[in-house]
Design a protein around this ligand. Structure first.
Ligand SMILES: Cc1cc2nc3c(=O)[nH]c(=O)nc-3n(C[C@H](O)[C@H](O)[C@H](O)COP(=O)(O)OP(=O)(O)OC[C@H]3O[C@@H](n4cnc5c(N)ncnc54)[C@H](O)[C@@H]3O)c2cc1C
Length: 408
């Protein structure tokens, strides 16, 4: 019988990195990556960016070629799904019927797109964007569509809106909140990005919900709104957030609370099971409540942290979160994590298309949002990691280089 090794559930960004980092750390036992999506592990960010623009194809977004897994002795089982965890026996069961033993199990199950519970959501042409298959379906329809409605002015919605305008579609974004990116960035940054979209011809209906999708012959033809409007659409992309994939953890009796609950070391309530990435809720030092973060950085750094612990180099997870979003000519980069009540200090001039917004909580820097200002972003990551004090006067003065404030 094969010696039990590490089994990773989910072959997305976090799962891939976990398996890779285990080998980088010199782990000698079996490493098995089980993924329910077909094909090789791939990156999701291009799905709403270069892939939709037709600038990269399915092969170019793969994280590594097939040979990489063989060279590293990583067993990739895909497509297959882990359907059950027997914690007592330390075994998992796969949909294919296989049963595998583990010495450590890592849940990297990610999240799935949330869909509104309204009539017509299953009509053809109403799509979400989470997987490579979703992006391929969307790409095909974008070529034929003329009128796109994007539901939700979050990162994915805004990125898709820009792309669709570039392809010449009429685009309307419908957002329930009264501004874009409500939970993610300050009003200054959100307004700048929304204005850039307006200038490109994207229309917005803010403070507006969707009550139904209507259609004919099984295909979407319009979106009905809480404002009583019927917005014509031959394509709808829903970008209203995600639901973490926690069902496997729940049925295994692990602690779950809007995400798989993990400790500072990213261990679940079972010490032989860890959880990382979009599915995991962890106690971040700089926030009052535990957080679940959806970003490549978070999935990658958490994977590295757990891989190191498995080989005996346990350290609490304490990386500064960072994120990016590309919207046409604008690159937004965020370092840190802001909360709704954090104050905002503007640095630079939005009219110049280049600025940062520094967020403060209780007088301490909590996050920095940078538009086309990579130097500010890189410095911000270092300032946040070091906990370097910075005043709002320094923050607002572009002649004070943030990098110069970083302790040597
Ligand atoms: C369109 C799009 C654009 C994005 N853009 C950015 C960006 O610009 N910057 C950024 O930082 N982040 C971006 N993100 C977010 C980023 O891609 C995610 O945060 C990251 O992929 C999370 O990695 P993960 O491994 O936790 O989850 P995922 O990458 O979602 O992988 C989880 C995998 O587990 C599989 N799975 C679930 N349950 C099981 C099971 N029981 N058995 C087997 N397999 C299972 C899922 O099918 C999935 O393949 C974007 C996401 C999307 C969808």
């Amino acid at each position: 019988m094969q010696q039990p090794g590490v089994i990773v559930v989910g072959s997305g960004q976090g799962g891939f990195q976990l398996a890779t980092s285990l080998r980088d750390e010199g782990y000698q036992g079996p490493v098995t990556l089980v993924g329910e999506e077909p094909g090789l592990p791939y990156q999701r960010p291009p799905l709403s960016k270069s892939f939709l623009a037709g600038k990269t194809d399915a092969g170019q977004i793969e994280l590594r070629p097939a040979a990489f897994y063989a060279e590293r002795n990583i067993a990739l089982i895909a497509p297959d799904r882990v359907t059950n965890i027997d914690r007592g026996a330390r075994r998992v069961t796969l949909a294919s019927g296989a049963s595998l033993a583990y010495e450590h199990l890592v849940l990297a199950t990610g999240a799935r797109a949330r869909m509104p519970a309204v009539a017509g959501v299953n009509l053809q042409g109403v799509l979400a964007l989470r997987t490579r298959a979703d992006a391929q379906a969307l790409l095909g329809r974008l070529r034929e569509a003329r009128r796109l409605v994007v539901v939700g002015a979050g990162f994915i919605g805004l990125e898709v809106a820009v792309m669709a305008r570039q392809l010449g579609l009429e685009v309307r974004v419908i957002e329930f909140a009264d501004r874009a990116l409500l939970r993610a960035v300050s009003a200054t940054t959100a307004d700048y990005l929304a204005q850039a979209q307006l200038a490109r011809g994207v229309e917005f209906s803010m403070g507006t919900g969707v009550t139904a999708f209507t259609g004919g012959g099984g295909r979407v033809e319009a979106v009905l709104t809480t404002g009583g409007e019927s917005v014509a659409a031959d394509l709808v992309v829903v970008g209203i957030g995600v639901e973490p994939n926690v069902e496997l953890a729940t049925s295994a009796g692990l602690q779950v609370q809007a995400g798989i609950v993990v400790d500072r070391h990213l261990a679940t309530s079972d010490p032989f099971i860890s959880a990382i990435g979009d599915c995991a809720r962890y106690p971040a030092g700089y926030c009052d409540a535990p957080v679940r973060i959806e970003s490549v950085q978070n999935a990658v750094d958490q994977a590295r942290c757990v891989a190191a612990r498995i080989v005996g180099k346990a350290e609490p997870y304490a990386k500064v979160p960072w994120f990016w979003s590309d919207q046409g000519d604008n690159r937004l980069q965020i370092a840190g994590l802001a909360e709704a009540g954090d104050s905002a200090v503007l640095r630079g001039d939005p009219a110049a298309g280049k600025f940062s917004v520094l967020r403060f909580r209780d007088g301490r820097l909590s996050a920095v949002e940078s538009i086309n200002s990579a130097a500010d972003h890189m410095a911000a990551r270092k300032l946040l990691a070091a906990g370097t004090p910075i005043s709002s006067t320094q923050a607002a003065d572009p002649s004070v280089k943030l990098a110069a404030l970083v302790a040597p």
